[in-house]
Design a protein around this ligand. Structure first.
Ligand code: TRP
Length: 354
C-alpha cells in the first residue's frame, strides 16, 4: 500500500450524478482503485460556496456516497470519506490562503462564471465589468468569499493527502494548475520539499468532455441536459428520444452537425465501436434515421446505468453500511491529513508553548 502512488479526487455534493460525472470521474475511480492508493471524497464544504438548502445538503452527500458505492468504488480498496469529516482540511485552508493571491483567484474561469451567476449579470459582460460589480456591490447581491477561495480549498484537499494523481474532467484542469503553483510556491518559500505536484489522470490521452442532450455544450447539472445514473428506464428513454438533432444530412459526406456529433460522442462512450461506425456511415450516405440511433443509444446507456441504479436503491437505504464506510474513511483520511497539517504548522512557525 505504501509504495503505491496516491490518487485523490472528489465530487461536489450538489445533486445526483450524471453521465458526465460518471465518464469524467467515477468510472476512473473504479478503474484506479486496484493499482493505486486511492482516496475519494464528497466535497460538501465546496457545495456551500453556492449556498445550498441546508435541508438537502446532507441528503445530497448521502446520495453521492451511495452512487460511489453502487458504481463499484470499493471501501476495502479505496478510502471513501466526507470532506467535512476531516477538520484538518479547514485549518490548512486558512494557512494556505496566506500564500494565495486574490488576483489569481479572481482570474479563474470558474470563479468568473459563478460570480456572474451570483450577481445576475449576463455572459457577454467583460472581466473589468465583473470586477467593478464585485467590489462595488451591496450586501444583498454579493459574491461570497468562499467562492473566491474555492481553488485554495481544492488545493488543500489534494495537498493535505500529498496526492500524485487527480482524476478529474477537463473543467477542473485550471484548478489543478493552481494547485501545482501553490505547491511549488509553498515548497520554495519555506525551502522545503513537502508537496508533490499533482497531475491529472486520464486513461485515454485527453480529458473527456461529455456533451448534453440539448444540442450544444457539456452535460451539467445547471444546464438541465443531463442523464442521471439513477434515472428510471422510462425517464431515460424519453430524455434520449427528445434529444436535439438536425434536419438530417442533405448531401453525402457533409460535415456532421454539432447536435448529431454530440449523440455520436455519447455513443462512443457507451456503445460498441462497430455500432458507432454504422451510424457514421449512415450519416455519410444520408440513410441515417435518428429514431433508430436514439433507440440504440438509450439501450446502450441503460446497460451501463441499470445495474448502478439497482444497487443504488439498496445501498441508499442501508444507513448502517454507509455509516461504517464513511467512519472508516474519515479515520484513514484524518490520519494522513493530521500528519501533513502538523508539518505545515511547524514549517510556518506555529508551535505550542505547552
Ligand atoms: N472542484 C471539483 C469539481 O467541481 C470537486 C473537487 C473539490 C475536487 N476538491 C477536489 C476534485 C479535489 C479533485 C480533487 O468537480
Amino acid at each position: 500500500m505504501n509504495d503505491k502512488e496516491i490518487v485523490l479526487s472528489g465530487i461536489r455534493a450538489t445533486g445526483n450524478l450524471h453521465l458526465g460525472n460518471y465518464y469524467g470521474a467515477l468510472s476512473k475511480f473504479v478503474k484506479m482503485q486496484d493499482d493505486y492508493d486511492c482516496l475519494y471524497f464528497i466535497a460538501d464544504l465546496h457545495a456551500l460556496t453556492t449556498t445550498p438548502d441546508p435541508n438537502i445538503l446532507h441528503e445530497n452527500v448521502k446520495n453521492i456516497l451511495a452512487e460511489y458505492l453502487a458504481a463499484g468504488v470499493d471501501p476495502d480498496k479505496a478510502t471513501i470519506f466526507v470532506q467535512s469529516d476531516v477538520p484538518e482540511i479547514s485549518e490548512m485552508y486558512l494557512l494556505l490562503n496566506m500564500h494565495v493571491g486574490i488576483g489569481e483567484l479572481m482570474r479563474t474561469t470558474s470563479f468568473k462564471d459563478k460570480a456572474r451567476k451570483q450577481l445576475g449579470i449576463k455572459n457577454g459582460s467583460d472581466d473589468e465589468d465583473i470586477e467593478k460589480q464585485i467590489i462595488g456591490t451591496d450586501s444583498n447581491k454579493r459574491v461570497n468569499a468562499g467562492l473566491l477561495t474555492y481553488p485554495t480549498l481544492m488545493a488543500v484537499d489534494i495537498l493535505i493527502q500529498k496526492a500524485h494523481k487527480v482524476p478529474v474532467g477537463k473543467d477542473q484542469e485550471q484548478h489543478l494548475e493552481l494547485t501545482r503553483r501553490f505547491a511549488r510556491r509553498f515548497n520554495s518559500f519555506y525551502g522545503v520539499d513537502l508537496f508533490p505536484e499533482p497531475q491529472n489522470f486520464n486513461f485515454g490521452d485527453h480529458a473527456v468532455k461529455v456533451p448534453g442532450l440539448d444540442g450544444s455544450g457539456k452535460m451539467g447539472k445547471s444546464e438541465g441536459n443531463c442523464i442521471y445514473l439513477i434515472d428510471e428506464e422510462k425517464v431515460l428513454r424519453k430524455k434520449v428520444m427528445r434529444a436535439v438533432t438536425d434536419e438530417g444530412p442533405k448531401e453525402p459526406n457533409q460535415p456532421i452537425s454539432e447536435p448529431v456529433q454530440n449523440l455520436l460522442t455519447l455513443m462512443e462512450l457507451t456503445s460498441a465501436p462497430e455500432i458507432v461506425q454504422q451510424y457514421r456511415d449512415a450519416y455519410a450516405d444520408c440513410s441515417i434515421r435518428y429514431g433508430d440511433l436514439k433507440k440504440q443509444l438509450a439501450e446502450d446507456i441503460l446497460k451501463v446505468t441499470t445495474p448502478i441504479r439497482e444497487r443504488y436503491n439498496d445501498i441508499r437505504n442501508d444507513d448502517a453500511f454507509i455509516g461504517r464506510v464513511v467512519r472508516q474513511g474519515a479515520e484513514r483520511a484524518r490520519e494522513r491529513a493530521s500528519k501533513t497539517l502538523a508539518e505545515v504548522r511547524e514549517i510556518m512557525g506555529i508551535r505550542k508553548f505547552y
